[in-house]
Design a protein around this ligand. Structure first.
Ligand SMILES: Cc1cc2nc3c(=O)[nH]c(=O)nc-3n(C[C@H](O)[C@H](O)[C@H](O)COP(=O)(O)OP(=O)(O)OC[C@H]3O[C@@H](n4cnc5c(N)ncnc54)[C@H](O)[C@@H]3O)c2cc1C
Length: 395
């Protein structure tokens, strides 16, 4: 039986997070260090210091590293509260890509790798990147990987080009996906490596101009030029990168849904207030049926998304891998929240597209959410394949 009762300690923590975000983080939304390329590192450090002071930093981490290790269902409640401001997850150190990277490293890094590359990220002293997508190779289909890591018996030499690499500038923990060619010196296949961002051979070509604005230091185009790493840089086992990426993606997709649900709820609250107080044609605009229906559609969508997230989290908490579930939820939530944000823009009229309220920014960021961690079409393609397979097994 599914039981969505929220434990009292989770309610209390969620209230604490929400109050922290409202009182201490929202004022930073007008800070000029929230740039076209996302919050700068300087702004991020300041926000992280505030969460650290309140004892809320990296609440999602394992107990081993000082976190509270909430269940997936508990995370759904906590991340939604954090997402009320798009800067909330940045402050609390539960934003992408760090949060997903922490999860992955917790699962597969060895002790030495954890100490050097995971612990400082959990402590908020170091940021991380996950470098998979390529201009001419890996994207929706990671098997198209073209970046290579050639093994000479003691070291790997990585060459290739990546783009859309979130937070590349100044990040110190780098997780890189590259293909190891089969050779007499060892096994091959798509492999994850972990290394320091200051290693010679990692070249940040440029930061892309994008429509979103909430990922620290934006998204980079990166060249790996004779990047030489020791065998100890292999994360997990050679040839297992795609399996590990899936391990990261199922929960990471859901945490994106949770954070953006919080942001969409905020947009709705602003739209409701506007509909209550702005008048046109003799009455508050919210009393015109066209507007009231938009607000009602939003409320229905927000609750649908919340329940879908909780359901997938519940499956993960039961020990399921949740790949199919997280695909369905990611496709549903990213599409529905985009419609919610769009309707909020509409309810606000002209100022909806301005920076007078956070709605315009939320709208642009949620548009991007329909693409990362799998575009909607790719999830639908995977869901349909799964249905067909299950049906053919029954026949
Ligand atoms: C804000 C943002 C942050 C990102 N951060 C990172 C990061 O930190 N690290 C990283 O490695 N990558 C990152 N990415 C890249 C992201 O993972 C890719 O954008 C995503 O995997 C899609 O790949 P692509 O952009 O190459 O699109 P493509 O693979 O070129 O696909 C383009 C379009 O083709 C369609 N399509 C593709 N396959 C199918 C299919 N099977 N069925 C139907 N239609 C299909 C979809 O509509 C898709 O949108 C980020 C992207 C964004 C937008």
């Amino acid at each position: 039986m599914i039981d969505f009762t929220i434990p009292a300690d989770v309610v209390a923590l969620s209230d604490e997070i929400r109050a922290f975000v409202i009182d201490e983080i929202i004022p930073y939304e007008a800070d000029p260090r929230l740039t076209q390329h996302g919050p700068t590192d300087e702004l991020r450090d300041e926000l992280v210091a505030l969460a650290r002071k309140r004892g809320l930093l990296s609440f999602q981490a394992t107990r081993r590293y000082g976190g509270r290790e909430p269940s997936h269902c508990d995370q759904a409640v906590l991340y939604e509260a954090a997402g009320w401001s798009t800067l909330g997850p940045v402050a609390l150190n539960c934003a992408a890509p760090d949060e997903g990277n922490m999860y992955l490293l917790t699962k597969i890094a060895d002790d030495e790798q954890s100490e050097r590359y995971l612990k400082p990220v959990i402590d908020g002293h170091q940021r991380s990147v996950f470098a998979m997508t390529e201009p001419d190779g890996a994207g929706s289909d990671p098997r198209q990987l073209t970046t290579t890591a050639t093994f000479d018996g003691s070291q790997y030499t990585i060459n290739g080009r990546k783009w859309l690499i979130t937070g590349a500038t100044n990040a110190r923990t780098w997780i890189i996906m590259a293909d190891v060619p089969e050779s007499p010196t060892g096994p091959g296949g798509p492999t994850l490596f972990v290394c320091d961002g200051n290693t010679p051979g990692i070249v940040i070509d440029r930061i892309m101009s994008t429509m979103d604005r909430n990922y620290v230091e934006g998204h980079g185009v990166v060249t790996f030029d004779q990047l030489t790493l020791p065998a100890s840089a292999v994360l997990g086992e050679v040839g297992n990168a795609l399996r590990y990426a899936q391990l990261r993606l199922a929960p990471a997709r859901l945490t994106h849904c949770m954070r953006w649900l919080g942001a969409a709820e905020r947009a709705q609250s602003i739209a409701v207030e506007h509909a209550r107080t702005r008048t046109a044609f003799g009455k508050p605009i919210g009393e015109h049926q066209g507007v009231s229906f938009m607000l009602a559609d939003n409320e229905i969508a927000l609750q649908q998304c919340r329940l879908a997230i909780w359901w997938a989290c519940w499956r993960l908490d039961q020990g399921e891998k949740g790949r199919h579930e997280s695909s369905m939820v990611k496709a549903l939530v990213s599409e529905e929240l985009f419609k919610v944000a769009d309707r909020c823009v509409q309810v606000l009229g002209g100022i909806g597209i301005s920076d007078e309220t956070p709605i315009g920014m939320i709208f642009r960021d949620i548009r991007a959410f329909r693409l990362y961690d799998g575009p909607t079409e790719v999830h639908k393609h995977a869901i349909a394949r799964d249905i067909m397979r299950r049906n053919s097994a029954k026949a």
